[in-house]
Design a protein around this ligand. Structure first.
Ligand SMILES: Cc1ncc(C[n+]2csc(CCOP(=O)(O)OP(=O)(O)O)c2C)c(N)n1
Ligand SMILES: [Mg+2]
Length: 659
């Protein structure tokens, strides 16, 4: 569509009208942002964004991320007006109501045109960095014919103020992600009022210092917006466009004020705004001519999409590219054979090292696995031998040096997984899962296959002391819905848990791994970890005790069981590498592993918070754990000091049984 401001203005006003009306009808929501950015978004969609509403999943589309997720009505208006099947006008009428796909904030799992879930400020932009990384990685492998698109972001003052912004733009800068373009809603307003209340930084200088290009425009002048976006598009650096806007533009008495940020305008203000904008249509109606202009923008993308499909069909890489984008793993026959060998073996090794060894089996067989670490590669053991670094000189590389940016890494992993075609995994110490926790939560909410390799998972890390020793982290990760927390006990479970993580297309995983060596506990069984928990050792004497444990404490449970058997007390040992998978088993299996029998004492052993184990042990059980901070000492001494020895545990069990 040629640039004709007289046609664009009514198109932008359609966004304003829908946003005012939907927020008013819902009696909640954020009209200010969509009204303020309506003009910029209209220019972006009409002249820059590559998209086809009839093929929302087309792999080579530009990605559009509304990082300022509170402005969700901007997203819903744009998608509807441009001709996506979802959301419908009825969905928009029911904005923020039960069962409407137009949720309070945009959700990727509700609307195909929504690339990622946004709302937690800053993370949309940080996920866009990951999308831009995935684009370059796949471009590095498959070339321009199949992969050649940009990532566009609309971000607000809040997204730029959040700490994660620093991590995200630093990563984009060092990786020279020139196809990442961020449009900043520079309205100088946040919830509390003028941005001068809380910030005085030179944002442009900060971005430039991080290797970005910075442009600016009057966000209400269509010609100027198009000029700035064209300049940004032409830049080979990641680019920020400061779009000077008026929040709530079009609301006559409220625009420019924080009052318009997050509350309905009210009927009188809406009536006055309609008059000022010359908008005469009824609520939730868009005049045919304006809708037709929008639909013609939407229709434009079909040409690029069909041309791409022709190129794909002609490509020798078509099958492999399509497989990677589908998320299906390649044939893993070799991996199964390797696992059988491991089961037959006898190796004493830290599970972080077992993970590295298994990665050296997985990574060559699964080329879409893109690893990385937040500057702990040698400790997290995340790099497979076959992986070259992912750098601006070689984007086909498969290993990312994320730097000390745990939150930025996790958000980027989400963006990569959402982009598709790659399977991201990344490492840091378990203790720093808290640094990236909200991104892990968003992995779960967004149903991304992000795999977190969190090593040094207990006091077993030893001398680094309590700042580095996780206590509550493993348990607190189990609180997050749709997240599989794996804590494998040995080399075999480590390999099994990795496989399960890779097979979980819509559930992210945490692999909690030890620093310290652990003996191999199993020489039989096929993927027993898939059930989440299983009986590793059966009682020989009359069963009086069931010991359940995860990770490094399974070995201890085995030793405790031996001593109890020596005293004529039969004890099962249940290894529980993944609560979530165990909870998903049928009740027959669960009762087979943990039978209902009040005469059997249930004992949990895990070197971390005990809160939660009671659901398996019952309140009459015994919970051996750590409900205090650790200390700085060698691991062996710490386990002894905090009661994680058979000498300490056996008497407690005997005591409990005899009382
Ligand atoms: C991490 C996070 N902290 C706080 C909020 C709550 N919140 C939503 S919007 C907003 C203000 C954002 O200001 P800005 O990005 O400038 O948006 P504008 O008011 O201009 O629409 C805040 C604090 C949030 N959504 N995410
Ligand atoms: Mg603002």
């Amino acid at each position: 569509m040629t640039l004709d401001p007289s046609r664009l203005a009514p198109m932008a006003n359609a966004i304003r009208a829908l946003s005012m009306d939907a927020v008013q009808a819902a009696n909640s929501g954020h009209p200010g942002m969509p009204m303020g950015m309506a003009d910029v978004a209209t220019v972006l969609f009409s002249q820059f964004l590559k998209f086809d509403p009839k093929a929302p999943q087309w792999p080579d589309r530009d990605r559009f991320v509304l990082s300022a997720g509170h402005g969700s009505m901007l997203m819903y208006s744009l998608l509807h007006l441009a001709g996506y099947d979802s959301p419908t006008m009825d969905d928009i009428r029911n904005f923020r109501q039960m069962n409407s796909v137009c949720a309070g904030h945009p959700e990727n799992f509700l609307i195909p045109g929504v690339e990622c879930t946004t709302g937690p400020l800053g993370q949309g932009l940080a996920m866009a960095v990951g999308m831009a990384m995935a684009e370059r990685q796949l471009n590095g492998v498959f070339g321009n014919d199949l992969v050649d698109h940009k990532t566009w972001v609309i971000a607000g003052d809040g997204c730029l103020m959040e700490g994660i912004n620093h991590e995200a733009i630093g990563l984009a800068g060092v990786l020279k992600l020139g196809r990442l373009k961020v449009l900043w809603d520079d309205n100088k307003i946040t919830i509390d009022g003028d941005t001068s209340l809380s910030t005085s930084e030179d944002i442009a200088a900060r971005y430039r210092a991080s290797g970005w290009d910075v442009f600016s425009c009057d966000g209400h002048d269509f010609v100027d917006i198009a000029r700035a976006l064209a300049e940004a598009e032409a830049s080979d650096k990641p680019s920020l466009v400061a779009c000077r806007t008026v929040i709530g533009k079009g609301a006559p008495t409220k625009q420019g004020s924080h009052d318009v940020h997050g509350a309905p305008l009210g009927a009188p203000e809406i009536a006055a705004a309609r008059e000022g904008l010359g908008w005469t249509a009824e609520p939730f109606e868009v005049p045919a001519e304006i809708l037709s202009d929008w639909r013609s923008i939407g229709a434009k993308g079909a040409e690029a999409r069909t041309a791409w499909e022709v190129r794909l069909a002609a490509s020798a890489d078509a099958a492999e590219f399509s497989r990677r984008m589908s998320g299906e793993l390649p044939d893993t026959g070799g991996i199964r054979a390797a696992l059988a060998e491991w089961v037959a073996g006898d190796s004493t090794v830290a599970t972080r090292k077992a993970s590295e060894n298994w990665l050296n089996v997985l990574a060559p067989a699964i080329p879409e696995m893109i690893g990385g670490s937040a500057d702990l590669t040698g400790s997290n053991n995340t790099k497979a031998k076959c992986q070259a670094p992912f750098t601006p000189d070689d984007y086909s590389g498969r290993y990312v040096y994320y730097g000390i940016r745990e939150f930025g890494m996790a958000a980027a992993m989400n963006g990569m997984a959402l982009h598709g075609g790659v399977i991201p995994y990344g490492g840091t110490f378990m203790i720093f899962s808290d640094y990236c926790r909200n991104a892990i939560r968003l992995s779960a909410l967004q149903q991304t296959r992000a795999i977190y390799v969190l090593t040094h998972d207990s006091i077993g890390l030893g001398e680094d002391g309590p700042t580095h020793q996780p206590v509550e982290q493993v348990m607190s990760l189990r609180l997050i819905p749709n997240l599989n927390v794996f804590r494998p006990a040995d080399v075999v479970e480590t390999a099994e848990c990795w496989n399960l993580a890779l097979e979980s297309q819509s559930t992210p995983s945490v692999l909690a791994l030890t620093r310290q060596n652990l003996p191999q506990l199993r020489n039989s069984g096929d993927m027993l970890s898939a059930k989440g928990a299983y009986t590793l050792v059966r009682a020989k004497a009359d069963r009086k005790v069931i010991l359940m444990a995860s990770g490094s404490e399974v070995e201890l449970a085995v030793n405790v069981a031996k001593e109890l058997e020596g005293k004529g007390i039969g004890a099962d040992v249940v290894s529980m590498p993944c609560w979530e998978l165990f909870d998903a088993q049928d009740s027959a299996y669960k009762h087979e592993v943990l039978p209902h029998d009040p005469s059997i004492l249930r004992v949990s052993i895990e070197a971390g918070s005990t809160l939660g184990w009671q659901k398996y042990t019952g309140m009459d059980g015994l919970n051996i754990g750590l409900d205090r901070f650790g200390a700085s000492a060698p691991a062996k001494d710490l386990f002894a000091r905090f009661g994680f020895t058979a000498e300490s545990i056996v008497p407690r069990i005997m005591d409990k049984i005899s009382n």
